[in-house]
Ligand binder design. Structure first.
Ligand code: FPP
Ligand code: MG
Length: 295
């Protein structure tokens, strides 16, 4: 991972603007899941750290823009760039990271470059769908999972596939692994929004529903409620509600086991990822660490 951090520092240095270096250094790197995947899949490939850095730059850019779109005050436990330096700066920094990533990406083989580039269109589409869906209460599980695939899983899928292409490994099975890992990862993120506290999350707890996002535990809850309760849940959607209402939602989730049901799907997807990658102990290890985050 040190080589990825060194590549990131080099690319930011090449932008040659102190303000960009200052802002980039303030960002928290996060788990670097996508970079880790690339390094594990394309272990001995010389330019794997560069590809990993490119994907992390794209991911960082997408989060900068996402925090503007979501009006988020924090990211990974630290104040977001839009909160400290304003939305305009956050958008412009995202543009610089994103375009720098693409300048580097075009030097790779066409199939590798196309794989990553196409995933960015997909994740941007996913973000737009997410925002649109949040305007109204959504109880459609399939529509939600389609959006989730685009918004979160496509870049992870593309990272795994591109790394396999670089390393001369099987692209299809690695892509499948990345896709299912990405979906499972995001479902666990959605669960943690409900079960974890603010200190662990680095952002307010139970915030998804406040932002209008009907994640799986809410979709499953809606299915299980009676007509009056359905109305009560809908009335709480998309706004900050008092602690009584949050406690009611949580108790109903307990009663109908909607967290367990959501976790069941995450586990199923993770098992599918594992089956795609049966002989690779390290990639299976990543899956296990991810699933354990939910405890
Ligand atoms: C986080 O979702 C958002 C994403 C994973 C993708 C955002 C994508 C864009 C803004 C498209 C623009 C892309 C580029 C490269 C400029 P979330 O809000 O559900 O999660 P959070 O709780 O981490 O904010
Ligand atoms: Mg967000």
């Amino acid at each position: 991972m040190q080589r990825v951090e060194a590549e990131l520092a080099r690319l930011i240095d090449e932008v040659d603007y102190d303000e960009v270096t200052r802002l980039f250094n303030k960002l928290s790197g996060g788990k670097r899941l996508r970079a880790k995947l690339i390094l594990k899949i394309a272990k001995d490939v010389e330019n794997a750290p560069l590809l990993a850095a490119i994907v992390e730059l794209i991911h960082a850019a997408s989060l900068l823009h996402d925090d503007v779109i979501d009006d988020a005050a924090t990211r990974r436990g630290v104040a977001s760039v839009n909160a400290t330096d304003g939305s305009k700066t956050a958008v412009m920094l995202g543009d610089i990271l994103y375009s720098k990533a693409f300048t580097e990406l075009v030097e790779f083989d066409k199939e590798v470059a196309q794989t990553i580039a196409a995933s960015v269109t997909a994740l941007s589409k996913g973000e737009m769908m997410d925002v649109k869906m949040a305007e109204e209460f959504n109880s459609d599980e399939a529509a939600y999972l389609d959006m989730l695939y685009l918004k979160t899983a496509t870049l992870i899928e593309a990272a795994a596939k591109a790394a396999a292409l670089l390393a001369g490994k099987d692209a299809v099975s690695h892509a499948l692994y990345g896709r299912n890992l990405g979906l499972s990862f995001q479902i666990i993120d959605d669960i943690l929004d409900i079960t974890a506290d603010e200190a662990t999350l680095g952002k307010p707890a139970m915030n998804d529903f406040v932002e209008g996002k009907c994640t799986l535990p809410y979709i499953y809850l809606y299915e299980s409620l009676d007509t009056d309760e359905k109305e009560r849940l809908k009335a709480a959607h998309g706004k900050k509600v008092d602690s009584t209402e949050n406690a009611w939602i949580k108790s109903k989730m307990d009663e109908h086991k909607t967290i367990e049901r959501s976790f069941g799907l995450a586990k199923k997807l993770s098992n599918e990822a594992q089956n795609a990658m049966r002989e690779d102990a390290e990639l299976i290890g990543i899956l296990e660490t991810m699933i354990q985050r939910s405890y």
